[in-house]
Design a protein around this ligand. Structure first.
Ligand code: DX5
Ligand code: ZN
Length: 222
């Protein structure tokens, strides 16, 4: 199942409720929420209070992407706030197995996120534990950056590895996703497409989500 996850990082922060409602009404599958701590990445965004507020106004599953140092400290806070999926960066977690286990103990979907230059083989000893894998296709920190083209082969290599292990772990792609490159990303093996600026930076976010869903439908029919 291929899913569209609009990222509210590119929404008007004074109107986040509107953005969440537009995403839901237009048929998005998830709502992607980027948590940045000003340390792991230079930017600073939202805390658990925003996640808790969104939980009250949308029925979309909340996909919380933690771009933070010391993710173990934050996992319980975002669990309590109502996150449905929590991804932590491999580069930021000293005890990755312990942190992934903690997310799963909270009955949340647990994902590992990788920066563009982090090799996929570093997930070797954790792969089977994962509910999803987030590959960054820009350097984390900001929306609106260009997709790093060399990531296409990384996605297909990861897809082959997962299939070779007879596992079913969706690959989530984050950064530079737009209508124009979606099809190629799906063919590479992407199942969750995060899109920020290509949705909320456009004049008509609703229409863009609907167009994305149309593209997804083509693949689901074939
Ligand atoms: C970047 C964030 C992304 C961001 C993507 O660090 O993790 O989720 O919202 O933005 P776009 O889609 O504009 O590249
Ligand atoms: Zn993200």
């Amino acid at each position: 199942m291929i899913q569209i996850a609009p990222s509210i990082l590119s929404a008007n922060f004074a109107k986040i409720e509107d953005a969440a409602k537009i995403a839901e009404e237009a048929g998005a599958d998830l709502l992607h929420i980027d948590i940045m701590d000003g340390h792991f990445v230079p930017n600073l965004t939202f805390g658990p209070q925003l996640v808790a507020a969104l939980k009250k106004i949308t029925s979309l599953p909340l996909d919380v992407h933690l771009m933070v140092e010391n993710p173990r400290f934050f996992i319980p806070l975002f669990h309590e706030a109502g996150a449905d999926m929590i991804s932590i960066h491999l580069e930021a977690s000293t005890h990755l197995h312990k942190d992934i286990t903690l997310i799963k103990e909270f009955n949340k979907k647990a994902g590992v996120a990788l920066n563009p230059a982090t090799p996929i083989h570093l997930m070797h000893d954790i792969l089977k534990e994962l509910d999803f894998i987030l590959l960054m296709t820009v350097n984390p920190g900001w929306g609106g950056q260009e997709f790093i083209e060399s990531c296409h082969s990384k996605i297909s290599q990861l897809k082959n590895w997962i299939q070779g292990q007879k596992l079913q772990i969706p690959i989530e792609i984050d950064g530079g996703v737009k209508l124009e490159n979606m099809e190629e990303l799906i063919m590479d093996g992407t199942e969750i497409l995060v899109a920020g600026s290509s949705i909320f930076g456009e004049k008509n976010p609703r229409e863009t989500i609907q167009k994305m869903k149309e593209i997804v439908k083509k693949f689901e029919k074939s």
